[in-house]
Design a protein. Structure first.
Length: 320
């Protein structure tokens, strides 16, 4: 469907309603999928991108467009075609180990595509939201604040930081959201630590989890709900928006407890026992004081995990 304006016009009982057009990249990912669902019920016109498989579920006011962000030259054409007022850039190559192996792909998707998208939006987009990561930090201190100096220790973190630099240098009306370990379920979103853990526990398989690596797990619907509010507030700059600081072991243990399983279903292991292709920060947890000052927040950890288990268990069973 060709589009010619950033706002579509809807007539409701003789009243003209202008729908703001929002482009969401990565619309089938964990965050993007939840965001598309939430915004489709509001007064917005949504253009959402997917990579391989178009979603079968229909949402009102949503147009799906296929794009391969590795072909970042297509990004400019996408923006020229859709003319969005707001862009929410959630798409990324987030497989940390694969980024270390296929560096060219990570560079093209996480940096070049982000730069192309920001450049294409420079002249007419009202707001640009870029979802970044806690992995821009080295993990030496934890509870990182926005003013702390980034120092990525793996290629994924480096490419996401380069994306931040591109957005900051090209745009004025932007917001960079650093978050941590997004979890949840979607038709084609990555499985990640939480969903893998849930699947194993449902099969009554033992789970190993690192007891001395800390992060701020963020439930995708919670983050999406905050982005809906951000669309209204229009803050600019950089904010950290993530869940509570916990170890991977305590994260897995809470999933087990929610399922009614014994604590010995999860076995603690040390950071040094696990060998990854890419280095991991020991403590990449985020301080979200600035986000709270804007009225943004993530639900308590146990509450989010409980909803995750309730909503994603059937999804996990289908994938087993």
């Amino acid at each position: 469907m060709e589009t010619s304006s950033r706002q579509n016009i809807r007539f409701v009982r003789n009243t003209v309603v202008n729908l703001m057009r929002i482009l969401i990249t990565g619309g089938t990912g964990l965050l993007g999928w939840n965001l598309v669902q939430m915004l489709s019920t509001k007064e917005y016109e949504i253009v959402a991108t997917y990579h391989i498989t178009q979603p079968q579920k229909d949402f009102p006011n949503v147009e799906w467009i296929q794009i391969d962000l590795a072909r970042y030259e297509d990004v400019s054409r996408l923006v020229a075609k859709t003319k969005p007022a707001v862009v929410v850039h959630t798409a990324a190559h987030t497989d940390v180990d694969d980024c270390e192996v296929r560096k060219d792909l990570a560079y093209r998707v996480n940096y070049e595509a982000t730069k192309a998208l920001a450049k294409a939006c420079k002249d007419f987009c009202e707001h640009f939201i870029y979802v970044s990561t806690d992995y821009v930090f080295d993990g030496a201190k934890g509870l990182y604040r926005e003013e702390d100096l980034p120092n990525p220790i793996n290629y994924y973190g480096l490419t996401k930081l380069l994306g931040e630099v591109a957005v900051e240098s090209l745009l004025e009306n932007y917001l960079i959201i650093r978050t941590s370990n997004i979890y949840g379920c979607s038709p084609s979103g990555k499985k990640g630590f939480a969903l893998n853990t849930l699947e194993k526990l449902l099969l009554r398989n033992d789970v190993k989890a690192i007891c001395d690596q800390y992060l701020s797990p963020t439930y995708a619907p919670d983050l999406a709900n905050n982005i809906v509010e951000i669309l209204r507030l229009r803050p600019r700059g950089v904010i950290h928006l993530a869940g509570e600081r916990v170890s991977r072991y305590n994260f897995a243990l809470e999933i087990a407890k929610t399922l009614g399983l014994k604590e010995d279903s999860v076995r603690p292991v040390s950071f040094e026992e696990i060998v990854f292709k890419a280095r991991r920060p020991r403590d990449s947890s985020l301080d979200i004081s600035k986000a709270r000052s804007l009225g943004l927040s993530i639900r308590p950890f146990k509450e989010s995990v409980r909803e995750f288990v309730e909503k994603c268990s059937s999804y996990a069973i289908q994938r087993i």
